[in-house]
Ligand binder design. Structure first.
Ligand SMILES: *Cc1c(COP(=O)(O)O)cnc(C)c1O
Length: 457
């Protein structure tokens, strides 16, 4: 007979663990009940454990569960658009506007001068079209939705084939693969060319009376180099026009500004350039290089955008008022930026921060951390754009390198991740690196306190 006497009661454990735990009581109690049941089984299976061990294990589990609540994180990875850390932080203006719209009523679908029902997102759509130099534009939940919606709209009757180069059958991440997206949309994939080379005649030969559109997919998360070629977009656009086929491009990464003006990195194709080259419709993400909220932006020919908006499925993937608010502020930020300066959006600001600024901040943080046994140094590091954008781009950066000396790296990294605020860095050459390029200057103080606590100083 197993010894269940070591199992604390739910009530006693709840009382003991409740203090300092940010979770609502029913979740704490539920978690404890679940864990106690697991321990009862373990004891039945012959495991031996005392009350202290059981309590400590449940406490650790509860803290882990509490840490899974969505909370702010200091991103010290140097990856600007970190998919696991929420991609792009929005600008301050977006956050302010969000506060006002989210906590009150708004003219979401109300024409204030006329006093009657108005069009949703009418202002945003006009602003987007002006920024993107397109005839029309709209926004939905994310780029994946924008692509599925566009494909669903453009395949009709017996025309279901979508021509895509074999060099562009991309997997974006999280299982998002272009062939699967096509299938989900009811389209049939017509692959052309080879992985490294696709010629104009490959596209031309694939066109039939079953063709619905030609799709280009930006290789946003990998590069193809060496013996490669693809037809220039203007030539592909001429071919598409001759056959009255729409030419669509999934740009994904969504740099609206010339990224090579901000940092010593490659030029990322912009939607404006794509449309100028003859693409009829572009789709891209709102929360990658654009620096806005999660959204999928669709821009291009007026009749195509209007047709997409008339799809019943559009309703299922349209943006809510919170996204429309922050996207509206983000697009206005771009339109109001002057003299080629980037708008004040964190991703762009981070990209353009001079290394010397980062170096000075790193030194100041280390200076404010006396009395610990770890070795802290300022080192050169490499930031990346990440999040399925510019795989080649390496932005010179500065990091604080920590050699914990009398404890393991994993232990220190875990202490920082579960500290307040949570800090996420990366390990390299037996040191923990905290890249300052992706840390907001206003977070330096909090980062210093978090380090102080984790280093036990
Ligand atoms: C990131 C990306 C997507 C998916 O965008 P979401 O906004 O995450 O849906 C689609 N296509 C390309 C080329 C991308 O880079």
């Amino acid at each position: 007979m197993p010894d269940f006497s070591q199992l604390p009661s739910v009530e006693k454990l709840t009382a003991a663990l409740e203090a300092g735990c940010p979770l609502p009581r029913p979740l704490i109690t539920g978690f404890i009940q679940h864990e106690l049941a697991a321990w009862r089984e373990r004891l039945t299976d012959g495991r031996e454990a005392g009350r202290e061990e059981i309590t400590a294990s449940i406490r650790a589990g509860l803290l882990g569960f509490a840490a899974s609540r969505l909370q702010p994180v200091v991103n010290a990875t140097g990856v600007l658009i970190h998919t696991n850390l929420g991609r792009s932080p929005m600008g301050a203006r977006g956050a302010e506007a969000l506060q006002a719209i989210a906590t009150g009523y708004s003219n979401l679908e109300f024409d204030l001068p006329g006093g009657q029902r108005g069009k949703r997102a009418a202002y945003l759509e006009t602003a987007l079209a002006v920024l993107l130099e397109s005839e029309a534009a709209t926004a939905v939940n994310n780029c994946a939705a924008a692509l599925v919606l566009t494909l669903r709209h453009l395949i009709a009757g017996g025309k279901t084939e979508v021509i895509v180069s074999r060099g562009e059958l991309v997997e974006i991440g999280g299982g998002f693969r272009i062939p699967d997206v096509l299938e989900t949309s009811g389209a049939t994939l017509r692959e052309v060319g080879a992985t490294n080379k696709t010629h104009l005649k490959d596209y031309a030969e694939a066109i039939s009376d079953r063709t619905a559109l030609i799709l280009k997919v930006h290789r946003s998360n990998f590069t193809l180099s060496g013996f490669t070629s693809e037809p220039p977009v203007p030539e592909l656009a001429t071919l598409a026009r001759e056959h009255q086929l729409p030419l669509v491009e999934d740009l994904g990464s969504g740099a609206v500004m010339a990224t090579d003006d901000l940092a010593p990195i490659d030029h990322e194709p912009t939607p404006q350039e794509a449309l100028r080259n003859g693409i009829d419709l572009v789709v891209f993400s709102g929360d990658k290089l654009l620096g806005g909220p999660q959204a999928g932006i669709i821009a291009g020919k007026r009749d195509l955008v209007a047709g997409i908006k008339a799809e019943p499925f559009y309703r299922a993937v349209r943006c809510d008022k919170l996204i429309l608010t922050t996207l509206q502020e983000c697009i206005d930020d771009y339109l109001q930026a002057r003299g080629g300066d980037p708008p004040e959006l964190p991703v762009l600001t981070f990209m353009a921060t001079p290394v010397d600024d980062l170096r000075a901040r790193a030194a100041a943080i280390i200076e404010n951390l006396p009395g610990h046994s770890a070795a802290l140094t300022v080192v050169e590091a490499t930031s990346r754009t990440g999040g399925g954008t510019m795989p080649h781009a390496e932005i010179p950066s500065i990091a604080i390198a920590i050699d914990p000396r009398d404890r393991s790296l994993d232990d220190l990294a875990a202490a920082l991740r579960t500290g307040s605020p949570a800090v996420v860095g990366y390990t390299q050459d037996d040191r923990l690196l905290l890249d300052l390029r992706t840390v907001f200057p206003h977070q330096d103080e909090a980062l210093t306190s978090a380090l102080q606590a984790a280093l036990g100083a």
